[in-house]
Design a protein around this ligand. Sequence first.
Ligand SMILES: C[S@@+](CC[C@H](N)C(=O)[O-])C[C@H]1O[C@@H](n2cnc3c(N)ncnc32)[C@H](O)[C@@H]1O
Length: 198
Amino acid sequence: MREFVYFSNKAVTSGKYLSGNLMHAGRMDIAIHVLINSLFLSHKIREKTKIHLIFNGPPNPPQHLIIFPDGKKSSGKIQLSKKDVAGLIKKMLYKSNPNKITKVEEGYEIEKKSVFKVLDEMEKDGKEIYILDSKGEDLRKVRFSENSVLVIGDHEGFNKKEFKKLKSYGETVSIGSETYFASQVVTIINNELDRQGI
Ligand SMILES: C[S@@+](CC[C@H](N)C(=O)[O-])C[C@H]1O[C@@H](n2cnc3c(N)ncnc32)[C@H](O)[C@@H]1O
């Protein structure tokens, strides 16, 4: 299993806030590109790949969306389509309950949980956590394990305090000295893990 964590302090946390221009919804357009590049291959959906979207924007932060289609294009009433990822996120945000995790459909869950709580649980589960940062260890020198978790920031990256705490969970990994779009980083990691046979 490979898992991506996309963390955004700006992405909105209510379905109501997700209409109109996605760039004005805390750059939800970036989250959508990240999701597409995480889960979609040409003509199929990746198996054994999960994405966690953790949004910290207004009005109801934090929201943790867990999306794990595991090769399936549909699950109950959800049709996973590149054309309507915004609709999927909106539907999931509407289902959020402050007191419990909500299963929207098999493979689609939402809960009110912060990035650090999510990472604490992953750490307890023995997952290998990597923080994506241009100054980290060269991606090509890292031998990833079967239970890798890759943490990626949004257009603003991680703030200093967050980054310090994130580094306590695992190694930082770099795909090069340029700053890439979060969605480009995901594509490069997916390719590297595919090549390593993970
Ligand atoms: C568009 S970048 C963020 C840019 C932001 N201004 C900054 O300096 O952090 C989005 C995310 O992609 C990841 N990223 C971008 N370039 C990278 C690189 N060369 N190596 C590793 N991760 C990278 C980081 O996790 C970053 O938070």
